[in-house]
Ligand binder design. Structure first.
Ligand SMILES: Nc1ncnc2c1ncn2[C@@H]1O[C@H](COP(=O)(O)OP(=O)(O)O)[C@@H](O)[C@H]1O
Ligand SMILES: CC(C)(COP(=O)(O)O)[C@@H](O)C(=O)NCCC(=O)O
Length: 304
């Protein structure tokens, strides 16, 4: 990581300010994904500096748009500032993304911050089966990248009320006929394993549309542990929820369920991480490195 400036926790925390983080323990508890408690110190030390830095880059973009308008003597479309968040399945992307959304919109009350995930752009299960890709969910070919690119183009062209498909972890599938809508936010946070991926066909890269990107990094064995812990929690939460994808697993032999999760990690998510996700780390504007207990121990900021 030669092209990155490296900071340890204390160094990074020194860029924060008392005023930067406005969040209570209760609000934090609502952001957690599944039962974990996010450390308030982490939020103050790491995320305080992060939102300060993001705001600085955001302001730079606004200034540039203003200057462009003056130079060209015409109004340049005020496009949303887009932040991409990438990393392995179960590394904590959704949690970080939710935290950033809350912190940015609370700290900078004038900003409208929209959060979405790229899993809505995975082909529906039926389509994956037709294409022989059902066991490759999350791999690059399982996403409708053309749809994602067109969507991002619409966002940047300043259109209003742009619809995007939604994925449900409850169904483990795309929700038919249900859409999210992007309504001209100031900041759009897009989270997903494929946000920094390069296309195989020479097309425009998704991250070309991003103003800032964050890769969440951790050792494989830790991520595996978080994946398994989350799985166990999902089973527990859905024991009495017959409409949930995990209901039968939750009520069957526990060893079988754990084995299935282990196999999914080994054969799908770990392979995807090694082959397609980890290689994109070098493209991120910022890397958050996590250690045990999701504690962020190192921060890397790209210089060139
Ligand atoms: N900062 C954190 N502190 C404690 N637990 C966390 C933190 N970030 C993520 N987790 C937990 O780790 C697991 C994976 O996180 P999640 O955000 O669902 O990952 P992803 O979106 O990358 O798949 C979840 O059980 C989540 O609650
Ligand atoms: C749908 C996903 C690819 C989305 O990943 P995300 O970007 O939300 O981390 C992933 O959650 C998934 O379902 N992977 C397939 C294997 C598994 O069940 O973990």
């Amino acid at each position: 990581m030669k092209n990155y400036l490296r900071f340890n926790r204390d160094e990074w925390a020194s860029f924060s300010s008392e005023a930067a983080v406005k969040i209570t323990k209760e609000e934090l508890a609502n952001i957690k994904s599944l039962g974990d408690v996010i450390n308030l110190t982490d939020v103050q030390e790491i995320y305080g500096s992060l939102i300060n830095y993001l705001y600085l880059v955001y302001q730079e973009k606004c200034r540039l748009q203003q200057k462009q308008s003056e130079f060209l003597r015409q109004k340049v479309t005020a496009a949303p500032f887009i932040i991409g968040i990438s990393g392995s399945v179960a590394v904590g992307k959704s949690t970080t993304a939710r935290l950033l959304q809350v912190l940015l919109s609370r700290t900078f009350a004038n900003l409208k911050v929209h959060l979405m995930t790229t899993d809505g752009f995975i082909y529906p299960n039926d389509e994956l089966k037709r294409r022989g890709l059902f066991d490759r969910k999350g791999f690059p070919e399982s996403y409708n990248m053309n749809l994602l690119r067109n969507f991002l183009r619409d966002v940047l062209s300043g259109k209003d009320n742009i619809a995007y498909p939604l994925y449900s972890q409850e169904l483990s599938d795309i929700v038919p006929g249900k859409y999210g809508h992007v309504q001209r936010p100031d900041i759009l946070i897009i989270e997903g394993i494929n946000t920094l991926q390069l296309p195989t066909n020479g097309q425009i890269v998704t991250s070309d549309f991003f103003d800032f990107s964050i890769y969440i990094d951790a050792d494989e064995d830790l991520i595996e542990k978080w994946f398994m812990q989350r799985f166990v929690r999902v089973l527990e939460l859905n024991k009495n929820n017959p409409t949930n994808f995990y209901y039968e697993m939750a009520n069957g032999p526990r060893e079988d369920a754990l084995q299935l999760a282990q196999d999914t990690w080994q054969m799908v998510n770990l392979v995807n991480l090694r082959e397609y996700i980890a290689p994109t780390r070098q493209r991120a504007s910022l890397v958050l490195h996590k250690t045990r207990g999701h504690r962020i121990d190192e921060i890397y900021l790209r210089q060139f």
